[in-house]
Write a protein of this length. Structure first.
Length: 330
């Protein structure tokens, strides 16, 4: 693959990486990092929709073997779960951290240390989960970590509700984008995630991501080194507009992106307040989603067994949410 890998190393040497981090941090003064554009002074530790001030809040930082195969590989993905979120999904599968605020603040040095520790443990990448509201904190820590020897690619594992100006700051820094495409219709996003413009903004963001890094590229061991891998959680009652999501991805991105069609939905958090979401996904519903993706011609698709939905959900009551997947039980 042409060019230096991971991409941010070239920007580190020229000083551009530090300049990007500084530019991102400046935007905290009147926060417009994501489409919410709350405008609060997070440099002064004010809190907007994401409830996060100057420091990032981290729930856990562990190797994860349960991601899509190109992300986890054989040694695991170095997963850093950030607390809080710029969405408010009433069915959130990780509600303990996104809604309940489970986690501890981490400064620049601490966050850089987490990245380096995951590299030391042999992980294939640094997997930034729910990063959209803490992009400046991530970039600041990345400068420190890269100066100290970090050489792993970054996975931007977001809900898809990312701001275009923030993504521009990430251009040439993030090698692998793994966003959600949650909804094919704005009205569903408004009702279920309190984000009335989600579909429009996510489509813009995914186009920008694909322009930056292109289709999914794997190395000889089947591990992702660059590109876009989009996740879509199929919801019961067709509540996610799955068909519209898949059609957009095929027509406006590429059938060569990675597509993760997820069946792991369970009625979590406040899901039972919405009649369509108060039950599990049926085999027929998931089968229809798979058939539509097949018909559209996606060439790199990952699927889940419907009967194992509970097994895919992290246990955030445990210091290591994925301990059971390593044979350690609860």
């Amino acid at each position: 693959m042409a060019g230096e890998y991971p991409s941010y190393l070239a920007l580190l040497r020229t000083g551009e990486l530090a300049a990007r981090a500084e530019a991102a941090a400046a935007r905290l003064a009147r926060c417009t990092l994501c489409p919410r554009a709350c405008g609060v002074d997070r440099r002064g530790d004010a809190r907007g929709f994401c409830r996060t001030g100057r420091r990032a809040v981290v729930s856990s930082a562990v190797p994860h073997l349960g991601e899509e195969p190109p992300i986890s590989g054989r040694r695991g993905s170095g997963t850093i779960f950030f607390t809080h979120c710029n969405l408010a999904c009433m069915f959130c599968q990780n509600y303990e951290i996104s809604h309940m605020g489970q986690g501890e603040e981490a400064d620049r040095e601490e966050l850089a240390g987490l990245m380096l520790a995951l590299q030391e443990r042999g992980c294939h990448n640094i997997n930034l989960v729910t990063p959209s509201h803490v992009a400046p904190q991530i970039l600041e820590a990345l400068v420190t970590a890269a100066e100290r020897g970090l050489r792993l690619p970054l996975v931007w594992n977001s809900g898809g509700y990312d701001g275009l100006e923030t993504l521009a700051l990430l251009d040439g820094i993030v090698d692998i984008y793994m966003p959600d495409m949650k909804y094919g219709r704005n009205e569903d996003a408004a009702r279920l995630s309190n984000a009335a413009d989600y579909t429009d903004r996510a489509r813009e963001a995914l186009r920008a991501m694909h322009r930056q890094v292109g289709d999914l590229v794997l190395d000889d061991d089947g591990v992702a080194v660059r590109g876009v891998l989009v996740r879509h959680l199929v919801l019961p009652g067709h509540a996610a507009g799955t068909g519209a999501c898949l059609e957009f991805l095929a027509a406006e991105l590429s059938t060569g992106i990675g597509l993760s069609l997820m069946s792991q939905y369970r009625p979590a958090f406040r899901a039972r307040e919405e009649p369509a979401l108060a039950r599990a996904l049926t085999p027929r519903e998931y089968g229809e989603a798979r058939a539509r993706a097949d018909a559209l011609g996606f060439t790199c698709m990952f699927v889940q067994e419907l009967e194992s939905a509970e097994d895919w959900v992290p246990d955030f009551e445990n210091e290591d949410p994925f301990k059971r997947w390593r044979g350690g039980g609860k």
